[in-house]
Design a protein around this ligand. Structure first.
Ligand SMILES: NC(=O)c1ccc[n+]([C@@H]2O[C@H](COP(=O)([O-])OP(=O)(O)OC[C@H]3O[C@@H](n4cnc5c(N)ncnc54)[C@H](OP(=O)(O)O)[C@@H]3O)[C@@H](O)[C@H]2O)c1
Length: 272
């Protein structure tokens, strides 16, 4: 598995998303993924599944340093003392003494970005998170974080897939050597039934979902975190890394509509 190096951490380019999985289903999915070789797990306090993720990690027997665990602070908890409380609770549920990446999950209208990053940096300096980052930051917010506050963000996690253009944000991140972590990389499952992707997949003996993932992972400095509870899809998503797309495939994917945003960014003021 290829890794992206960013702010002192090494981020596996394919991770397991865990949104909408909880309890035993989530625990079993994470156990299965770790058994198949996944080493990057994406969770969040908002998902209500950090305890299940933590249980799966605890029983895996995989050395902690081989794992990359991301969690996130919800937009209602962005006051400095609330971040600290949320972070402690996340670590407790995950049964870990540190996470690898702690993200601001969504921006909020009244957030105080300098105070947020000061708090996150303190957690980093204490070794309780190895790196800090953001999610759902648009270009303006990214510029404030990177250029004004000079926050050492290790990624911006945003919705990105074959049906959504992210050129502006991706170009900015690339110029600053900050990875883009693609969430909803399968357009929340819709990619699996897209006719164009199905026909590209047929040519290569692959599925439409694999085509969608490889299209993302062929881009420099992009990681992806598809969610699936099914072991066969977890394996298929790993196998997508072996697929070789050609220029004709990329041209067909470029011609797909690119305005399909499936996660409501209403919480994230400032999206264009
Ligand atoms: N930062 C944020 O604000 C934010 C927002 C949304 C999501 N995320 C993160 O990103 C992760 C991924 O996003 P997402 O879960 O919304 O959507 P997604 O990964 O694009 O799609 C998940 C859907 O695709 C299906 N699927 C997965 N692999 C497949 C395969 N090989 N073939 C066919 N179908 C497949 C899954 O079905 P089954 O489970 O039935 O297999 C599930 O219905 C989340 O789980 C979460 O960790 C972050």
């Amino acid at each position: 598995m290829e890794h992206l190096r960013t702010q002192g951490i090494s981020l596996p380019r394919l991770g397991l998303g865990t949104f909408r999985m909880q309890g035993d289903i989530c625990r079993a999915a994470v156990e299965s993924a770790l058994g198949l070789g996944y080493r990057h797990i994406d969770t969040a306090e908002m998902y209500g599944n950090e305890d299940a993720v933590g249980a799966a990690i605890a029983t895996s027997g995989i050395p902690r340093k081989e794992l990359h665990i991301t969690t996130k602070v919800w937009h209602e908890n962005l006051a400095p003392d609330a971040i600290c409380r949320a972070f402690d609770a996340s670590l407790n549920r995950l049964r870990l003494d540190h996470v690898d990446l702690y993200l601001v999950h969504w921006p909020s209208r009244n957030m105080n970005l300098p105070a947020i990053f000061e708090t996150l940096l303190k957690l980093k300096q204490e070794g309780r998170t190895r790196a800090i980052g953001v999610a759902n930051f648009n270009l303006a917010l990214l510029k404030t974080a990177v250029e004004q506050i000079k926050a050492p963000i290790a990624c911006n996690q945003v919705e990105y897939h074959v049906l959504l253009d992210q050129t502006k944000v991706a170009k900015y991140l690339a110029a600053k050597s900050i990875p883009l972590v693609a969430y909803a990389p399968l357009a929340q499952g819709r990619a699996a039934s897209d006719e164009t992707l199905i026909s590209i997949g047929r040519k290569h003996g692959a599925s439409a979902a694999q085509v969608a993932l490889k299209w993302l992972l062929d881009q420099d400095s992009v990681a992806a975190i598809p969610k699936t509870s099914r072991a066969e899809s977890q394996r298929a998503n790993l196998d997508a890394l072996k697929l070789k797309l050609d220029d004709e495939d990329r041209k067909a994917i470029a011609a797909l509509p690119k305005d399909k945003r499936f996660v409501n960014p209403g919480f994230a003021p400032g999206w264009d």
